[in-house]
Design a protein around this ligand. Structure first.
Ligand code: ADP
Ligand code: MG
Length: 412
């Protein structure tokens, strides 16, 4: 079934066509009619399944029918990070390009006064991170007493980042008779509790096995001695014919350190973590998206929700501390039905994290060794380790037929 039958406003439908979307994703199929019908809605579906359009398209359709007053936006979308806020703003502009609607994005780290002027003007949709929005609310720049739509997006991420109290304070300042939508990749009890307070008789739709990485991602553990982690990373990069690689590390400091070592090894590298300025973060993300940087080193701030399309490979230089993050991190690849590959380096002390991940996703993950790499001994090799990286072993990227030596270097 296409988008036509879902009852969207013709201008929104035109925007969807211009985006090149032909078929609604499962969450979109379920959400759009309910939201158009005025229902509160909880949508839980894996990252990359099109949740933005699931709430964006029906809301834009309804906004297009009415009119906003100065200083009184009709729709508020809360996002956990500035990057996500910017991304959803872009999506709203794209979907709504044939509508007569205004979208304003509000986040910290940039000038306050310009945002304040924007909020006082006519805006239909405000897309904001909680902290900065609370500042503006305290400042009296904006009034949500006329709010028609409230969207809490990426709520599992908001929970992780400790934003739920801020979210509650914002919700308290919005009109009671609003329509509320909540989108999340997972639905733990804390989120269910928030939902029962914020939403009114919601339709709840949970799509797919929420704990499983997408089938389009080929992923394995690479046991290695701690001293050899960086060498193995370099070897994997050299042997892999990638388009773009997202490398996850545990701390901001190690992100900077690994990035600088990779630059020394002649890789073009961007860095994304929360200690960088807004401008630096934008430059990194845009540069990575445009292909100026082939590699981006990031902390978990980049692991959720961010739609970085065309990431062919994810490398967990440090194994994630929380099993959910494994699914989120490797979810950066294999999106929108393209295939992807994820490598996770593991050292002996992390055997427990490895098992926790396998328990969480409910299946075992293959242990692999990179052929021809001069491994030191690690206790992890005493576990069963498959030696599976022969020709074609490093599989998975869209444009890959086995791996090749030197291709990437020649490209540069
Ligand atoms: P989520 O919020 O569920 O993680 P997003 O809303 O960020 O996912 O969407 C992921 C990607 O899928 C985006 O690049 C988006 O443009 C694309 N997308 C969304 N809906 C469709 C569709 N119906 N057809 C094709 N691509 C889509
Ligand atoms: Mg999303």
């Amino acid at each position: 079934m296409g988008f036509k039958a879902l009852g969207l406003h013709p201008a929104v439908l035109k925007g969807v066509e211009a985006m090149g979307f032909t078929d609604p994703s499962p969450i979109q199929l379920r959400a759009i009619p309910e939201v158009l019908a005025g229902k509160d809605f909880i949508g839980s579906a894996q990252t990359g399944t099109g949740k933005t359009a699931a709430f964006g398209l029906p809301i834009l359709s309804k906004l297009e029918e009415g009119k906003s007053q100065p200083g009184q936006p009709r729709c508020l979308v809360l996002e956990p990070t500035r990057e996500l806020a910017a991304q959803v703003e872009t999506a709203f502009r794209d979907y709504g390009r044939f509508c007569n609607l205004k979208t304003l994005v509000i986040y910290g780290g940039v000038g306050f006064d310009k945002q304040k002027r924007g909020l006082k003007g006519v805006t239909d949709t405000v897309i904001a991170t909680p902290g900065r929005l609370l500042d503006h609310l305290q400042d009296g720049a904006v009034d949500f007493s006329g709010l028609e739509f409230l969207v809490l997006d990426e709520v599992d991420r908001m929970l992780d980042m400790g934003f739920l109290p801020d979210v509650r304070r914002i919700v308290e300042k919005t009109r009671k008779e609003r329509q509320t939508l909540l989108l999340t990749a997972t639905l733990p009890p804390e989120i269910e509790r928030l939902a029962s307070w914020v939403l009114h008789n919601p339709v709840i739709v949970e799509i797919g096995a929420r704990r499983c990485p997408a089938d389009s991602v080929d992923h394995a553990f690479y046991p290695v001695a701690a001293d050899q982690k960086f060498d193995l990373l370099l070897a994997l990069l050299d042997r892999t014919n990638y388009d773009s690689v997202l490398i996850f590390v545990r701390t901001k400091e190690s992100a900077d350190r690994i990035a600088s070592r990779l630059r020394h090894a002649n890789h073009s590298v961007a860095v994304l973590h929360s200690n960088r300025t807004q401008r630096e973060r934008e430059e990194a993300l845009n540069g990575f998206k445009s292909g100026r940087y082939e590699v981006m080193v990031a902390t978990d701030i980049a692991s959720r929700g961010l739609d970085i399309s065309g990431v062919s490979h994810v490398i967990n230089f440090d194994i994630p501390q929380h099993p959910e993050d494994y699914v989120h991190r490797i979810g950066r690849t294999g999106r929108a039905s393209a295939t992807g590959t994820a490598f996770t380096l593991v050292v002996a002390e992390e055997a427990g994290n490895m098992q926790a991940i396998e328990r969480f996703i409910g299946r075992s993950i293959e242990r692999k060794k990179l052929d021809g790499f001069n491994y030191f001994y690690t206790a992890l090799f005493d576990e069963h380790t498959t030696k599976a990286l022969g020709g074609g072993g490093v599989r998975g990227g869209r444009h890959m037929s086995g791996y090749s030596f030197g291709t990437r270097r020649n490209r540069r």
